[in-house]
Write a new protein. Structure first.
Lengths: 875, 107
């Protein structure tokens, strides 16, 4: 027959089809193919042939199990490999267990880490338009120097750009608003409330589940998340209901939207219609260039190049506002950040929530890889070390006619089996550990069984792991010369030794680096937490000030304060616009000394405070005086901190006294300069501050408690609160906790690195343990003979541990400089940081040497203490 | 009444086996049906039908000797069993009875 049907199809048929049917079928198929070929041509005939072969795949034509496995020698061998692999695993249980534990821990940890990393990278990708939405970032300059970097821009930027740039499909503008919402008896203090334009629902993929946002362009409309709606209305239908804001304005609930997913850079409970803000605060809510704090998102036309567009924006700003800004010696630059990049790349003023850091996520992915590598290295090491024991088996197999590649396949299948087993256990373990891991990382990750990434991970582990960890041992083993092996002449090759040693060095170097990093990160955190802040935040309870107030507020506050100060459990009380542990929201530009020209203005952070604040927190006054309630006209006075005074241009702080400053059209008199203190965490340098006098400032009440019975005191304050500020929720926290929250991300990062350092060490030590077990076993007779000839136990111990100690020391020599480079880069992020002293490096190295000596010691000691007669009498 | 439920295609295959007498094997059956019924069949359909009919007991099969044709691969020849003949007969009788029931349209 000249025309041959597709060969692959024939092979498929022969592979699956039982011999009872194959012959006649192929005969008939070929004949039929001849007809089809002459009738329909090659392509169609081939296609029909394939279709026939596939349609003939019915159950009864399949080979039976025994047909499959008895027919060819290859199949036979695979079965044999499995059996032998299994026997080896069960025969040497210790080794199998060490191998399996190491691999499992390694795979499990790296799986968890990668799940976490994938989650971090998944932020904001759920928005359908994620690829074409950008947030406008604003950098403000004073006198040519970068002053503030905003996540939220000026109020005019969104509307003006949208009017002038055809590339902008839509813009979303948002502005934070906090206050008390109430429905009947239920009131809650809402911090995650935002004014937003109706475009919010079109640009972001946040679906409305009840009601509609059609009316959202009118004032006094509100949209609630499902969570919030449930809080106020329970089972009732929220749409059509009314909520009261700060006891003043009524809002109609027009829509309920799906809770915003956790992997979003914002979490919003309540949306207020943007028109409300405009109707209350006027048009400048949409037109002001010097009013910052407006989140602006642009949805661009598809195919718009963000970089070119960014340049176009700045060009436009230059044309429109360049001269104006230059006259004041200020500047504002705008940049765009893609929506999905925000979570890991943006760390600016007024972020919705603290964002992640791409660097640390990448770092964790690298750690995940290293841990997986360490685990595989263990396998390689143990398998090669054990090769001596299996030399006889290899010899016999070779004599019986095994090809080298058959042997390679045999040992590869062993590593495959082990990797698959470890993977299964690791997945189960990771699944069980995920809730705990979530607590650890502060995320709410669901196990991604259905994600493509997860299956890729499994496939990669099995394939790469199986091949990577199996290939070297299998080539070593299959390379043995059968004659010398069977004569029993085999000794470890020096090449193999070197390989094994360098693998151990790699493992320990990685462990040491992780350990040093852990130690340094913890040192840095504890340094930041224990460093003098320059203020006293102990025993301080902070109560968020009331939002629902009327003209009697100041009297009520004074009554509240007086009543509390009469109590013996309360030491003092102060009110202020901002408390330590947060960045003051009040940031004001355009401030200058009265006698300076108009273009020499600067930005300062402002804290409004009553006369108690300075004493309460123990601020040190360097010159001048603090505020006093007794002075009339005190509201026209301000204090500066040192950085503020320097920015104002005073080298000598005394010179600042009684100078006038111009602050948004009013003049203020400087009455003193306070020493710089850490209002924010030590992750920030000192900022220039202006302290303004404002009795009974409504934002925060700081209360210092002298009683030890906290519960009772807190309840007592609540009673007073309810008397003075009925209808306002009582919301309090302890300032030291609040302050330390700023270090949360560092503490978390430290914990994660610590965890993985421990895992890496466990795996590396498991490997070491296995290797010593092996050496001790192999050298039993040598040890016996040495002891007979008079060697002491100490000498033997030294002999056995010398090799490993050398390796660890080499590892340390490699690891220390590497760790130094990594840490130096990490510490750059902190203006106040620890010195990288010798201890940072020495302590982890010594610790690791001790740990590894313990793991080596057990077997070594056992071998060294054994009476020689036991080992020599063998054979 | 096991086996009276002959499918249309199955009936065609059975008839082809009967017609071809000793020369009935997959390819010849397929060709006959193609020629007579003027429709395209695939060899897998024929084989699957043959297998079902053999299972139902209407056909038996035997291997022919090796020949020089088609690379020496043997053919499986099919033959009607008694049940097969009865089934065909019954099916034909059923059809004829049904025809009788149709009123004569011409008058």
């Amino acid at each position: 027959m000249a025309e041959r049907p597709p060969e692959m199809a024939d092979r498929l048929l022969v592979w699956y089809c039982s011999d009872h049917y194959a012959e006649e079928l192929i005969g008939d198929l070929h004949e039929w193919y001849g007809f089809n070929r002459s009738r329909h041509g090659k392509t169609r005939a081939d296609l029909m042939y394939w279709s026939d072969v596939i349609r003939l795949m019915t159950l009864y034509r399949f080979k039976t199990y025994s047909e499959f496995f008895q027919n060819s020698n290859d199949n036979n061998m695979i079965k044999n490999h499995m059996v032998i692999a299994w026997r080896h695993l069960t025969k040497k249980k210790e080794f199998a267990l060490i191998n399996l534990t190491g691999l499992t821990i390694g795979i499990c940890t790296s799986l968890l880490l990668l799940i976490y990393a994938q989650y971090e990278f998944s932020y904001d990708k759920f928005h359908d338009e994620a690829a074409s939405v950008y947030r406008v970032h604003q950098d403000r300059y004073n006198n040519g120097e970068l002053a503030t970097e905003w996540a939220a821009g000026a109020s005019a930027i969104g509307p003006v750009l949208s009017d002038n740039m055809p590339e902008i499909k839509e813009y979303v503008k948002m502005n934070n608003i906090t206050g008390v919402l109430s429905h009947g008896e239920k009131s809650f203090f809402e911090t995650k409330g935002y004014f937003a334009t109706p475009s919010f629902f079109g640009v972001f993929t946040v679906s409305v589940v009840n009601g509609s946002y059609e009316q959202f362009d009118e004032p006094f409309k509100i949209a609630l998340s499902e969570k919030a709606a449930n809080k106020y209305f329970g089972e009732e239908d929220a749409v059509g209901q009314v909520l009261t804001f700060n006891g003043r304005d009524n809002y109609d609930v027009v829509a309920v939207y799906q809770d915003i997913p956790d992997n979003s850079h914002f979490d919003i409970d309540v949306l207020f219609s943007f028109q409300t803000a405009i109707s209350i605060m006027g048009e400048q809510f949409d037109t002001e260039w010097n009013w910052d704090g407006f989140y602006t998102y642009l949805e661009l036309d598809e195919g718009t190049d963000p970089i070119a567009f960014e340049a176009k924006i700045n060009g436009f700003i230059e044309d429109e506002r360049g001269d104006l800004m230059r006259a004041d010696n200020v500047w504002a630059d705008y940049s765009l950040m893609a929506l999905p990049d925000i979570h890991l790349n943006s760390n600016r003023m007024m972020e919705f929530e603290p964002n992640g850091n791409e660097q640390s996520v990448v770092f964790l992915v690298i750690i995940a890889g290293i841990i997986l590598l360490i685990a595989w290295v263990n396998y390689i090491n143990l398998a090669t070390a054990k090769s001596l024991e299996r030399a006889k088996e290899v010899g016999i197999r070779k004599v019986m006619g095994s090809q080298k590649n058959q042997l390679v396949i045999q040992f590869l299948s062993e590593s495959f089996i082990l990797n698959v087993l470890a993977l299964l256990v690791a997945i189960l373990l990771a699944y069980l550990l995920l809730p705990w891991f979530n607590e650890f990382t502060g995320r709410a990750i669901v196990f991604p069984f259905s994600s493509v990434f997860f299956w890729w991970f499994c496939l990669t582990v099995v394939l790469v792991g199986g091949i990577l960890s199996g290939i070297y041992p299998s080539f070593v083993l299959s390379g043995f010369n059968p004659v010398s092996v069977l004569k029993g002449k085999l000794t470890g090759t020096s090449g193999g030794q070197l390989m094994r040693k360098s693998l151990v060095v790699f493992q320990f170097a990685a462990s040491i680096i992780l350990l040093i990093c852990t130690y340094a990160i913890y040192s840095q955190i504890s340094y930041m937490q224990n460093e003098q802040l320059g203020i006293d935040i102990d025993r301080t309870l902070v109560v968020r000030g009331p939002e629902i107030v009327d003209s009697t507020y100041l009297d009520r506050f004074n009554g509240f304060k007086d009543n509390l100060q009469k109590e013996s459990s309360i030491q003092e009380i102060a009110s202020s616009s901002s408390i330590p542990g947060e960045r003051p929201e009040w940031n004001a530009g355009g401030i200058r000394l009265l006698d300076k020209p108009e273009n020499e203005t600067n930005q300062y952070r402002i804290i409004g405070m009553d006369e108690g604040y300075i004493d309460f927190y123990g601020l040190e006054i360097l010159t001048g005086r603090k505020f006093s309630a007794a002075n009339s006209g005190e509201t026209g006075n301000v204090l500066l901190n040192e950085s503020g005074a320097r920015l104002m241009g005073f080298k000598n702080y005394e010179d600042a006294l009684n100078k006038q400053i111009l602050f948004w059209g009013d003049t203020f008199n400087i009455i003193g300069v306070a020493k710089d203190y850490h209002h924010e965490s030590l992750k920030q340098s000192y900022d220039p501050y202006i302290f303004r006098y404002s009795p009974g400032f409504r934002a925060n009440y700081s209360i210092r408690i002298s009683s030890n019975d906290l519960r009772e005191t807190i309840d007592m304050i609540e009673d007073e609160w309810n008397q003075s500020f009925a209808g306002n929720p009582y919301d309090y926290f302890f300032l030291d906790d609040f302050f330390n929250k700023q270090y949360e991300s560092e503490v978390r990062f430290g914990n994660v690195v610590a965890l993985f350092a421990i895992v890496a060490i466990i795996i590396a030590c498991l490997g070491l343990f296995g290797l010593t077990l092996f050496t001790a076993m192999n050298r039993t007779r040598e040890i016996g003979i040495r002891k007979v000839l008079g060697a002491s136990v100490q000498r033997i111990l030294l002999l056995l541990t010398r090799d490993f100690s050398t390796l660890i020391i080499i590892a340390a020599i490699i690891a220390v400089p590497a760790a130094w480079f990594i840490l130096r880069a990490w510490l750059e992020n902190f203006p106040y940081r620890i010195e990288l002293s010798l201890w940072v490096f020495l302590v982890p190295v010594v610790l690791l040497i001790l740990i590894s000596l313990v793991s080596v010691g057990f077997h070594t000691l056992k071998a060294a203490l054994q009476p020689p007669i036991n080992s020599i009498k063998d054979e | 009444m096991r086996g009276t439920n002959l499918g249309e295609f199955e009936e065609l295959v059975l008839l082809a086996v009967a017609a071809l007498e000793k020369e009935a094997y997959g390819v010849s059956i397929g060709q006959l049906i193609e020629d007579e019924a003027r429709r395209n069949v695939t060899i897998s359909t024929i084989h699957n039908a043959l297998y079902r009919l053999e299972k139902k007991g209407y056909l038996t099969s035997r291997f022919g000797g090796a020949t020089d044709e088609r690379g020496g691969r043997r053919k499986r020849y099919f033959q009607l069993t008694e049940e097969g003949k009865i089934a065909l007969q019954e099916s034909r009788e059923l059809r004829e009875r049904m025809w009788q029931l149709i009123p004569d349209t011409n008058g």
